[in-house]
Design a protein around this ligand. Sequence first.
Ligand code: GTR
Length: 392
Amino acid sequence: MKKLLFVLLTFMLVSIDLIAQNYDESKVPIYTLPNVLESKNKKKIANVKDWENIRRPEILTLFEENVYGKTPKSFDKINFKVKNENKNAMNGKAYLKEVEIAVSNNNETVLINVVLFVPSRIKKPVPAFLLINNRGKNNTSPTRDTISGFWPAEQVMDAGYAIAAFHVNDAAPDDKNTFQNGVLRLYPEQLNADNGMKAIGSWAWAASRVMDYFETDKHIDASKIILTGHSRGGKASLWVAAQDTRFAMCVTNCSGNTGAALSHRRFGETIEVINTTFPHWFANNYKKFNNNEKALPLDQHMLIALIAPRPVYVTNASQDLWADPVGTFKAVKEAEKVYGLYQLQSSLPDSPPAINTPFIKPPLAYHNREGKHDMTFYDWAQFIKTADLYFK
Ligand code: GTR
């Protein structure tokens, strides 16, 4: 009996240790990041041509196969319907459109609802922010009965940009039991494939359908869309921007593990933890890397690099150690190498900057805001300044 108890206790302690989170920099394991500028065949990638023809497609495949799953490219039909509009929204400041995007495939239809405000004073097509909304729909209220820093439409309007959002649940409910009841109804074969996309892949797919809509809206300059996401939405924003080069800029706010933070560091949230808590987010294949980061043929610096030469804004919050601010900054820094191939130099310092010290010059922008895991008016003010530098 005593022996059995001992074995049981040891087992429990080992399991707790495996799942325990590390917040101690001195306990980060020694790791070697996969080289973003060396191909599978050990070819050194030294120019844009080799990057775009050899290494970029290789890395995209690595993320499809091992992490987010493959994104289906085709569908039978897409339709856009303006369900509601108000030319005098926000006391005349904005033109509101609520658009329903209906996409059909395989005799199934999914509806993605978009809320869009366009500044009325600007008479030509405007650049737009698009948020992948992973929080309450009240954050993107068309009536503006709620005003929150998560989607500060008034602030964005005043800066001369349009702002849009769709809710993740329209594309894939954020729930391990029901995530199939969205985009995946159109692509049921994905559910049986180990490299099939799940919720985050579905959200990414939906963002591209909103881009399909922007391309038809004469009020929007579809060549200037800034895709924005917070946390799980920020993981998705990176994944969309990596694949769909129509997005001009990407914001990934506090996106943490399997977002902008390096997994090899095992600091804060780990792959095992994320796959256990959110088994419906990533492809089945990703579970092979639970507690096995060493085997990863990639890391998140390579996901950021896939967006080059387009700008990426990465953030952290000082109290959000779960999302590993240091590992996030290191990932952005590593991605600089690929921007270098395009002769683009970032202004980022060599080590993580002080809190509330944004480095906003494109192509790679970063800040670590004081405070909690969130997206705020302060964060948006920096995104707007960066977009201004890039687009104006
Ligand atoms: C956490 C999760 C993070 C992040 C966050 C969020 O519970 O562990 O990876 O995605 O949720 O989306 O706010």
